[in-house]
Design a protein around this ligand. Structure first.
Ligand SMILES: *Cc1c(COP(=O)(O)O)cnc(C)c1O
Length: 431
């Protein structure tokens, strides 16, 4: 049986199959570039594991306080080598990306300090951490204030506002690499480098944190190699390779990491405590798979932009533009299309493919969100997934796919659903 006929038996029409295959055919040069970066990052991770002398004894389970957890300590050494930092905190006690970022922020600020973002408001869930949206226990309640400036309308840095925004109280500058649910672009490492140099020229002693969520292994280097004091991310995104069951990381200077550890465990306990439980093998193996999974997801995102861009929908980033994360955004200007798209992606899931997603209120987010996620790891957005906050301009964010064929199947199913629901006519697919 041919691939096309299996797909047809699974509900993909020949028109959708052929259209997507034709678009894919135009992408070989783009995919070759992605594979080159994948190969480099794979060897980078391998080298870090070899240099840290990861051994079978690192993979065993620890419990309780977790004193002398060799596997945990070496994993942190591996992360520090991969991100080229002095130290790292990599724990399954860090629940998610927001928790990792909150731990880094609380640990590295003191009452009276101000946090500044030169790239606009941060990711939705951080608004409550900062206290931009009222929340019990926010940084604001502890006397840490927050200020920001937006990018200029053309997407470049607003250097005048950044200079004015950094004052004598500014102790930490936070830079979000990925666009998140905003309409700005994702920053490249070159842009982050330029921004960090400028911030340092205004205030040399400030701590610079980069929210690295979704960005790991998409370029040859990471933000910690261009001057960030710490990079922070989630293990159920790129660096967990779809295998880590939970966790977050903070890689950075010894001081930043210790400050974060004081917050995660307790002052005095720092990194010494925290059992890895049975997770070490999964965290090592996940990191090892990270570059491959990130590349697969990135190829799926590129295909999505070619498919929907080819039909005249607004896609960001553009198929041929440099990419810096695994997310592709398609703007529909209509909530019904966002919902139909997500239902299509859900139909392509490995787990829960028969479920019909509905928009719901989600903790940390101000609007109802519709999410398509049928995952081995609950909520894992390195697995094939799509979500959209139900607000103007009705943009859906597509990401993930542990393998490229799965991501591609998700692209096809989303388009099929839009056709089945009557939002796109088959005739538009004629080549
Ligand atoms: C996903 C994400 C977060 C938050 O991560 P969670 O694991 O969902 O808490 C923060 N920042 C960015 C840019 C993200 O993409």
């Amino acid at each position: 049986m041919s691939l096309k006929s299996i797909c047809m038996e699974m509900g993909i029409s020949p028109e959708v199959y052929d259209y997507c295959a034709a678009k894919e055919g135009e992408l070989s040069e783009r995919f070759r570039e992605i594979d080159e970066i994948f190969e480099y990052n794979q060897i980078k991770v391998l080298r870090a594991m070899q240099e840290a002398k990861v051994s079978e004894a690192c993979l065993v389970e620890t419990t309780g306080y977790g004193y002398n957890d060799m596997g945990r300590d070496r994993l942190e050494e591996v992360y520090a080598k991969v991100f080229k930092t002095e130290d790292a905190l990599v724990r399954s006690q860090i629940v998610c990306g927001t928790h990792a970022l909150a731990t880094a922020l609380f640990g590295n600020t003191r009452p009276g300090d101000e946090i500044f973002s030169p790239v606009g408001l941060p990711y939705d869930t951080l608004l409550e951490v900062l206290g931009v949206r009222e929340a019990k226990g926010s940084l604001k309640e502890y006397g840490v204030s927050f200020a920001y400036c937006d990018l200029l309308p053309d997407g470049s840095f607003d250097f005048d506002s950044i200079r004015k925004g950094i004052n004598e109280r500014t102790s930490l500058v936070t830079i979000q690499r990925s666009r998140g649910y905003s309409d700005r672009h994702t920053l490249s490492i070159a842009e982050i480098n330029e921004l960090i140099e400028f911030v340092r020229s205004v205030k040399p002693a400030v701590t610079i944190m980069v929210d690295n969520c979704y960005g790991e292994f998409i370029e040859l280097t990471e933000p910690s190699e261009v001057g960030a004091d710490m990079v922070v991310g989630s293990l159920i995104k790129n660096p967990g390779g779809g295998i880590a069951p939970v966790g977050g990381y903070i890689a950075g200077t010894k001081e930043c990491v210790q400050n974060a550890a004081a917050r995660l465990t307790a002052p005095g306990l720092y990194k010494e405590l925290g059992p890895s439980l049975g997770n070490n093998r999964l965290l090592y193996q996940g990191l090892f798979m990270g570059p491959s999974v990130a590349a697969s997801a990135e190829k799926g995102a590129v295909l999505l932009s070619a498919v929907y861009g080819g039909l005249g929908f607004e896609c960001a980033p553009d198929t041929w533009a440099q990419r810096d994360d695994i997310i592709e955004a398609v703007t529909f200007h209509d909530p019904k299309l966002v919902m139909s798209f997500c239902r299509g992606v859900q139909r392509a899931a490995s787990v829960d493919s028969f479920i019909r997603p509905e928009p719901t209120p989600t903790p940390g987010y101000a609007h109802d969100i519709i999410m398509a996620a049928g995952c081995f790891i609950s909520g894992s957005s390195i697995e094939l997934s799509a979500d959209g906050p139900l607000r103007e301009p009705y943009t859906v964010y597509f990401q993930g796919g542990l393998t490229y064929p799965h991501s591609k199947f998700g692209v096809m199913m989303s388009l099929q659903q839009l056709i089945d629901d009557g939002f796109i006519s088959k005739e538009r697919l004629s080549l």
